[in-house]
Design a protein around this ligand. Structure first.
Ligand SMILES: Cc1cc2nc3c(=O)[nH]c(=O)nc-3n(C[C@H](O)[C@H](O)[C@H](O)COP(=O)(O)OP(=O)(O)OC[C@H]3O[C@@H](n4cnc5c(N)ncnc54)[C@H](O)[C@@H]3O)c2cc1C
Length: 389
């Protein structure tokens, strides 16, 4: 069993670590200032400029297959990179990526949707959640009915990340009510010009999603992604594309936060001593470090399973659940160690506190992960002995 990084992995990881330290972290004060003035923290032109800078060094399309101009990196490598990016709250991501399900597009759709998304000319959004269907995604009611060679879509989607900025959406609609999620849901690629409307939703974090409204939106049948009735499988594939990446990003945030807590503990003096001398503070730091260590290996183990081609879903749920719960406990402790200053907007701790809260909700809530994990165990699809059996 070898837990070390290969020289190549270390080199790639170190490049990103330096990029984050030199190019991303110096933006933090300005990003905070803008966000607090209700402006985008990292405007699109600045994000693009940073992405191009990274591209100059070959960092483009981290998981995009090489035949599409990407790096085609492994899941383990991607998790390591995501953890490095997570060390800053600046909402940076490498360019050159497209939603995994767009690779199911036919040749003509690839030209119109996949390639422009990879190049950054067009932005997509993934729309399954509805006001009446979140965790229970099978309960969606947005419908599409056939009208000659077209389909007419009606319904409402909510909490759609990037929904207000997207040029097109991958929307999931019921095309056969009888069959529902078992063969009666279809995915449509719908350009904004087709007439759907979006309304931003204000949230406690910075990842402002949007509500989308479809009122008799007409879509030609050429815009069906995959096959009629096979949309629900595509939706599950999108959601399952990399659950390990969410806790990977949180891992980086926790490492940085605990670093801040250690510095604060060593420098803040009360009753004549640094607070680092008090066991109450030491235990918060110790527990956080242990949990970070556990999270690191859960994330990397899940990513390793993805790379091995084995069924990684159980391991990904475990990593996502643990990451969401522990990142929230850790940021809470770090805020506590900072006392009143932790609660202010002078420090970024409260920003992380708000942002990390989302991890327990989207792409499967804690409760849904627990439900999945318990079902897998109860039905014998997974064992408490883990991968080693
Ligand atoms: C910022 C943000 C971005 C998002 N981005 C997208 C996106 O891009 N595209 C998209 O389609 N969706 C997106 N979502 C939606 C997200 O996936 C849902 O919010 C999430 O799945 C939970 O659904 P819900 O909000 O309807 O909660 P509900 O399903 O109503 O759940 C409410 C509560 O009940 C619990 N619960 C539900 N069912 C069970 C059960 N069987 N057992 C135990 N407890 C249960 C839940 O865990 C939760 O605590 C986003 C959400 C947010 C907040």
């Amino acid at each position: 069993m070898d837990f070390s990084l290969s020289p190549e992995e270390r080199e790639v990881r170190d490049w990103v670590r330096t990029f984050v330290r030199k190019e991303i972290m110096p933006l933090e004060a300005e990003v905070l200032r803008r966000e607090r003035a209700n402006q985008p923290g990292l405007p699109v032109d600045e994000l693009k400029a940073l992405q191009l800078k990274a591209k100059d060094s070959g960092f483009w399309g981290v998981q995009t297959p090489q035949e599409y101009g990407g790096m085609g990196l492994s899941a383990v490598m991607t998790a390591l990179l995501e953890a490095e990016l997570g060390r800053s709250f600046v909402p940076f991501r490498f360019g050159g990526a497209a939603d995994n399900i767009l690779y199911h597009a036919n040749d003509e759709q690839k030209q119109r949707y996949l390639l422009p998304t990879i190049s950054g000319e067009r932005k997509s959004c993934f729309a399954i959640t509805e006001p009446g269907a979140g965790s229970d995604a099978k309960a969606i009611r947005t419908s599409a009915r056939q009208d000659g060679a077209d389909w007419i879509i009606n319904g409402e989607k909510t909490f759609i990340t990037g929904g207000h900025e997207a040029d097109f959406t991958m929307v999931f609609a019921v095309t056969d009510k009888e069959k529902g999620a078992n063969g009666g849901v279809t995915c449509f690629l719908v350009d904004r010009e087709a007439g759907w409307k979006s309304e931003p939703i204000d949230t406690m974090g910075q990842w402002g999603p949007a509500a989308l409204v479809f009122e008799d939106v007409r879509v030609p049948r050429e815009n069906i992604l995959g096959e009629v009735g096979r949309g629900f499988e595509l939706a599950m594939q999108w959601i399952g594309r990399g659950r390990y990446l969410l806790p990977a990003r949180a891992l980086g945030a926790c490492e940085r936060l605990v670093g801040m807590a250690i510095e604060q503990a060593n420098t803040r003096v009360t009753f004549g001593k640094p607070i680092a001398d008090y066991q109450a503070i030491q235990w918060m730091i110790a527990d956080s470090a242990v949990e970070i260590e556990a999270l690191r290996w859960l994330v990397l183990h899940a990513a390793w399973l993805v790379d091995s081609g084995a069924d990684s879903r159980h391991a990904q749920s475990v990593a996502k659940l643990f990451g969401g719960v522990k990142a929230n406990e850790i940021v809470d402790r770090v805020l506590q160690i900072h006392g009143g200053m932790g609660y202010t907007r002078e420090l970024p701790v409260e920003r992380w506190y708000r942002e990390l809260r989302l991890l327990r909700i989207y792409e499967g809530t804690d409760e849904i992960q627990r439900r999945t994990i318990a079902r897998n165990l109860l039905k014998g699809h997974a064992s408490v002995s883990g991968t080693l059996g």
